[in-house]
Design a protein around this ligand. Structure first.
Ligand code: PEP
Length: 249
């Protein structure tokens, strides 16, 4: 399976910065063929970046979307619109969306369905807080999030879904899960996918890790058997660092 490294730029970068990043980054990664590389910038940069990555090995993704196609939803962007601007992926259920914008598993499930209808590949984020980990609730939280978010997603649809394990305590904190901590949860997610779907789906679903991934720790994390890529926040804002991570997969 081709691994996937996605950049989550969050609410960062203006047009000038994005243009300079992409020009630099595409040179650095032009020979990488066996890794899918995705940039998920703020919505305001999607159209500009689409032009810059034409005929390259770099793909485009959104950071969020509404489940409706259009209508009176001030401030929202739909899957239809993301597809129209050239996105192939969309991050859904990021912990910042869950914690700051109160997104629930039920809402995320609706968004996943809508994304799949528009042939966007959802990157579904799940993960526990530090408090939940300390209280031995990690496995239960992961199980609940995965089951609820994938409710009524068919086997065929699941072929397009990427699961990102992002322990909340490791996001933007500089604290990374150790490769074996991450591997344990990834292995559990794969077992759950076998139970919900079957072995074939479980083996072919990319389960990527996110949480303070950087060039210094990426190689070890990415070499674990059940880690099939990374979702990178902070380190993806620097073309050199993100290029290095892409080259390690
Ligand atoms: C993220 O927000 O998805 C993320 C992994 O951020 P960081 O790499 O900065 O921890």
């Amino acid at each position: 399976m081709k691994s996937l490294i996605a950049a989550n730029w969050k609410m960062n970068m203006d047009i000038k910065e994005a243009v300079s990043f992409i020009k630099d980054f595409k040179e650095r990664v032009k020979d990488i063929k066996d890794v899918e590389m995705v940039i998920c910038p703020p919505f305001t940069l999607l159209n500009e970046i689409k032009g810059l990555i034409k005929n390259t090995n770099i793909k485009l993704g959104g950071q969020n979307m509404h489940f409706e196609d259009s209508g009176a939803f001030t401030g929202e962007v739909s899957g239809l619109m993301l597809k129209d601007v050239g996105c192939e992926y969309v991050i859904l259920g990021h912990s910042e969306r869950r914690q700051i914008f109160n997104e629930t598993d039920e809402l995320i499930n609706k968004k996943i369905k809508a994304a799949l209808q528009h042939k966007l590949n959802p990157i579904l984020c799940i993960g526990e807080t530090l408090d939940q980990r300390d209280n031995n609730k990690t496995i239960k939280i992961i199980e609940n999030q995965l089951m609820n978010c994938l409710n009524n997603i068919s086997e065929d649809e699941m072929k397009h879904v990427v699961v990102a394990y992002e322990p909340i305590w490791a996001i933007g904190t500089g604290k990374t899960a150790t490769p074996s901590q991450a591997e344990d949860v990834h292995k559990f997610i794969r077992e759950l996918l076998t139970n919900i779907y079957n072995e074939n789906i479980a083996e072919n679903t990319r389960i990527i890790y996110g949480g303070s991934m950087k060039p210094e720790n990426a190689k070890e994390l990415l070499s674990m058997p059940n880690i099939n890529g990374g979702l990178v926040g902070g380190a993806s804002l620097d073309a050199k660092s993100f290029g290095e991570i892409c080259g390690m997969s």
